[in-house]
Write a protein that binds this ligand. Structure first.
Ligand SMILES: Nc1ncnc2c1ncn2[C@@H]1O[C@H](COP(=O)(O)OP(=O)(O)OP(=O)(O)O)[C@@H](O)[C@H]1O
Ligand SMILES: [Mg+2]
Length: 213
C-alpha cells in the first residue's frame, strides 16, 4: 500500500502543491488525471524517491520514503519500482536489448528480458537500434525496461502520450496484462482509457482549489 499523507511540495520558484491524502492499494491499477501543472509527475517522482516533499510522508508498505537518505531511496527504486518516463529515456544509438541490459550497471537482473519483450510483441526487434523504431515500439521498450526486474510498483507517466488512440490502447492493454497483481499508477490525459483501470484519481479534485499555497 502506498500512503500519501499531508504532503506539500514546494519548488524554489515558490510554486507549492498541497496534496490531499491518498491511498493506493497493493495490486490495483490507478489512472491519474488532472490539468497540466497540477502535480501528477511530481507525485510520481516523490513516490519514486526522485523528489522529496517539504511536508508530510509517503509510505510504501511501512517504509517512509521521506525519511530515507537519497542513497536508500535510489536503492529502493532500483529494486522495487519500475518507472516508465514520459520521454522514454532510451538511448537511440543502442539496440533494444542493450537499452535493457544497461540496467545491469545498477545490478538489476535482466535475465527475463527475452520473455518481457516477447510479452510486448517486441522480441523480433531486440537487435534493432532504438532510433529505428516507431513511437509505439519505443514505448514498448520503455515499458519492458521498467518491468524486467519484476517490480511490485509500476509508475507510468503518460505511457500513451505520444501514440495515437489505437496504438495507445494496445499499449495500455499490454501494460495491464503485464502489471497484473502489481500496483500500477499511470498518468494519462485520455479518459477513454479509464475503463482499463481499477480506479481513477482526479488530481484536480485531489489538490482542490487550494492547490497553490
Ligand atoms: N523542478 C521544478 N522547479 C520548479 N517548479 C517545478 C519543478 N517541477 C515542477 N514544477 C512545477 O510544479 C507544478 C507541477 O508540475 P508537474 O510536472 O508535477 O505537473 P503535471 O501535473 O505532471 O503536468 P503535465 O500534465 O503538464 O505533465 C507546475 O506548476 C510546475 O511548473
Ligand atoms: Mg507531468
Amino acid at each position: 500500500m502506498i500512503t500519501v499523507k499531508g504532503v506539500v511540495k514546494r519548488f524554489q520558484n515558490e510554486t507549492a502543491i498541497r496534496y490531499r491524502d491518498m491511498v493506493f492499494e497493493d495490486g490495483k491499477s490507478y489512472m491519474l488525471l488532472g490539468a497540466s501543472g497540477c502535480g501528477k509527475s511530481t507525485l510520481l517522482n516523490m513516490i519514486a524517491g526522485i523528489l522529496s516533499p517539504e511536508e508530510g510522508s509517503i509510505l510504501i508498505g511501512d517504509e517512509d520514503m521521506t525519511k530515507k537518505s537519497q542513497k536508500e531511496k535510489d536503492k529502493f527504486r532500483i529494486e522495487r519500482i519500475g518507472y516508465i518516463f514520459q520521454d522514454f529515456k532510451l538511448i537511440p544509438e543502442m539496440t533494444v536489448m542493450d537499452n535493457i541490459n544497461i540496467l545491469r550497471l545498477e545490478r538489476v537482473d535482466t535475465s527475463g528480458a527475452d520473455g518481457t519483450l516477447a510479452a510486448l510483441g517486441m522480441l523480433d526487434k531486440k537487435n534493432k537500434k532504438v532510433k529505428h523504431l516507431s513511437g509505439g515500439e519505443k514505448q514498448r521498450v520503455a515499458i519492458a525496461r521498467a518491468i524486467v526486474k519484476k517490480p511490485e510498483i509500476i509508475l507510468a507517466d503518460e505511457p500513451t502520450g505520444n501514440l495515437n488512440f489505437e496504438i495507445g490502447e494496445a499499449v495500455i492493454r499490454q501494460l495491464m496484462e503485464i502489471s497484473r497483481g502489481k500496483t500500477l499508477i499511470a498518468v494519462t490525459h485520455d479518459e477513454r482509457l479509464a475503463k482499463y483501470f481499477d480506479c481513477t484519481v482526479d488530481m484536480n479534485e485531489v489538490t482542490g482549489g487550494d492547490g497553490n499555497v
